[in-house]
Ligand binder design. Sequence first.
Ligand code: GDP
Ligand code: MG
Length: 301
Amino acid sequence: MNTKCGFVTVLGVPNAGKSTLMNSLVGTKVSIVSPKVQTTRSVIRGIAMHGDCQIIFLDTPGLFKPNANKRLERAMVDAAWRSEADSDLTLLIVDVSSKKAIGESKDILASPSLQGRKNIILVMNKIDKIRNDTLLAITQDLNDHFDFMATFMISALKEDGTKKLLDHLAARMPEGPYHYPEDQASDLPMRLLAAEITREKLFHRLHDELPYGLTVETEEWEQFDNGSIKISQIIHIAKDSHKGMVVGKGGQNIKKVGEMARVELCELLDVEIHLKLFVKLSEKWADDSSHYEAWGLNPDA
Ligand code: GDP
Ligand code: MG
């Protein structure tokens, strides 16, 4: 029997629902999700098996206008475009419940790298939030802007229409051997995934401005004979004044974050986890290229 295997890039503006969709298609959480923009920092690979077909999804950080002075932002947008250029198919995810997101998606469609391309699929997401007639008008409008290979209407959150999308993609993957073992859901190293989970919990608990000013690094990972794992992580903050917010009154916040992350890691790895979090002031972490390597980003983009 001939197997099929291919790459699908998930593209779109921040908050469109890219990570939610990829997690749903892969069937397990491999990319962190939050209501804040820029949650996904690097290109995360999620691997889905569908009959005799393996689809490797590339969840990207989202396309936005990078602030020219911000190295991390440039590297994130660069990573999204690089993975797009290498994939078999590209999904453009549009949050149809947001006028702003629709406008910005049109800007993406106008970018030079997409002109004349025949392998772009429009995925209208969050259809659970709008009326049918509005949806049809938006579909028409977007299709007037670009010649898509196909159009899908889905709710990634409610997993409505996602199965149909997966069938469609699987039917269009090229023949070839699998790139990954069949039971593997991601190639993200566990240390990095563990750091991402803690970062997600911080995102959920902190105020608007702060999350982009911090990053999490797994410093120590020790597995004992009984299977349990001891993990130490450093939360790098860019400003001393952020310490209080991260730690919280009497250490309440960091304790809660650590507990939520620990529970999720326990479920994921199915072993006992001891998680220790430390906060460290690293004013220049966003300029430190060692962080970029771990995420597969190019510090000089
Ligand atoms: P990304 O930045 O494109 O990766 O977006 P995320 O996957 O992190 O999702 C951003 C927010 O939109 C999260 O709060 C999701 O729960 C929410 N979201 C994603 N898909 C849907 C959907 O189909 N319907 C609704 N109502 N919300 C969604
Ligand atoms: Mg994301």
